[in-house]
Design a protein around this ligand. Structure first.
Ligand SMILES: [Zn+2]
Length: 381
């Protein structure tokens, strides 16, 4: 009934589904969902396509096997990051196997998870399951997380447990930091550089802001620390600055973009509000005006209880102690839907977002076996 793993992986990789903030690179994910939907319907799943309200060429897919409440969700995103084909040794949209590595854009992050989840699911019939098995495929994880936000807004899926199959090398991940990209824009006015009174220099004002950001960062690091992370404190990176046009003009506008990564337990909205208030205060004497934007709604930090049943079982079945990672996931959104959520999947993040991305073939079998155990445990009992 189900095509073999290689056939499925090939079909998913051959369907480009880049999501990007750059509109010319951004693609639909519907072709990927069509493959997944067909295979899952053949396995007896009931499928529901959920187009995004603001982007109908993008959608989530929720597929359910079995009836009732609770059960297990296996979740992943269908989109990939953009690709620079000139840096690849092979066609990124064709799976190329070399030394037991399956190369292709999205093989490890994370289209490869779906055929493994389907193979695991194919061992079960709807009649066997006492609680439903749900497979969720989202859009736009790599850009706006609009797919996961839409799931949360719709209040589904509901289940007791969720596994997000991002590449963790089969380590159960119970926490990661949040991510916020913030633009700080200062507006002054231009004039001839020979007389500072003729304008209001936005770069002078930004200099104060940068000093304030650095002391804000130092204060965060003093107040918050979590030894579960390699980088134990929250981070605030001054990433890029665009300002002015000529040495002999007073700079009228400056924009600084920062990356703020907060620890689990920290309230992102509240901290951004405090930051904005402090910047406002520091530029007050300058007379420049402040606009502060987040590029997207921030991705909140994620953490799940280390003593939870799913974390403990995934650790026992995989032989890997639970840990944390430095990348962001849809974890917060599934957790907020009431599911005990763990990030756990095949492949290494070291190969993600890189030319020649690959999934090692030896990850497939162990992942499938562990997913079967999870389905048996949480959908049959
Ligand atoms: Zn991913």
């Amino acid at each position: 009934m189900l095509p073999n793993f290689d056939h499925m992986l090939n079909a998913l990789i051959a369907a480009p589904s880049i999501s990007s903030n750059t509109p010319s690179l951004d693609r639909s994910n519907l072709a990927v969902l069509e493959h997944l939907g067909n295979w899952m319907e053949d396995l007896g799943f009931a499928t529901e396509l959920m187009p995004l309200p603001d982007a109908p060429h993008k959608a989530n897919l929720i597929a359910t096997l079995g009836q009732g409440e609770g059960g297990l969700v296996l979740a992943g995103h269908t989109d990939t990051v953009p690709v620079d084909e000139s840096k690849w040794d092979s066609d990124p949209f064709l799976v190329m196997e070399k030394d037991d590595h399956l190369h292709g854009l999205g093989t490890c992050d994370m289209k490869g998870f779906f055929p493994i989840a389907l193979e695991a699911a194919s061992a079960f019939s709807a009649g066997q399951l006492k609680k439903p098995l749900t497979i969720v495929a989202t859009s736009d994880e790599e850009s706006s997380m609009a797919g996961a936000r839409h799931l949360l807004a719709c209040g589904k899926p509901r289940a007791d447990y969720a596994i997000i199959g991002e590449p963790t090398g089969l380590m159960p991940v119970y926490a990661h930091k949040g991510i916020a990209f913030i633009s700080i824009i200062l507006q002054g006015s231009s004039g001839h550089s020979s007389n500072p009174e003729l304008g209001n220099n936005a770069l002078d004002s930004m200099h104060r802001v940068m000093g304030e950001l650095i002391s804000f960062r130092q204060n965060l690091a003093k107040q918050f620390c979590n030894p579960a992370f390699d980088i134990q404190m929250p981070t605030l990176n001054l990433g890029c600055l665009h300002a002015g046009d000529n040495p002999n003009r007073i700079c009228s506008k400056a924009e600084l973009q920062i990356d703020l990564r907060l620890l689990p337990g920290m309230d992102t909205a509240e901290i951004i509000q405090v930051l904005e208030t402090q910047i406002q205060r520091i530029i007050e004497p300058c007379g420049t005006t402040l606009t502060l934007n987040t590029h997207y709604p921030p991705v909140p930090p994620f953490s799940t209880d280390l003593s939870g049943d799913l974390v403990k079982n995934l650790a026992a079945w995989s032989g890997h102690a639970p840990g944390t990672v430095a990348f962001g996931t849809e974890g917060h959104f599934l957790q907020s839907l009431g599911m005990q959520t763990v990030v756990f999947g095949p492949g290494s993040i070291d190969q993600a977002h890189q030319p020649n991305e690959f999934l090692a073939r030896d990850q497939i079998g162990p992942t499938e076996q562990i997913l079967r155990k999870a389905i048996a445990r949480y959908c049959i009992g």
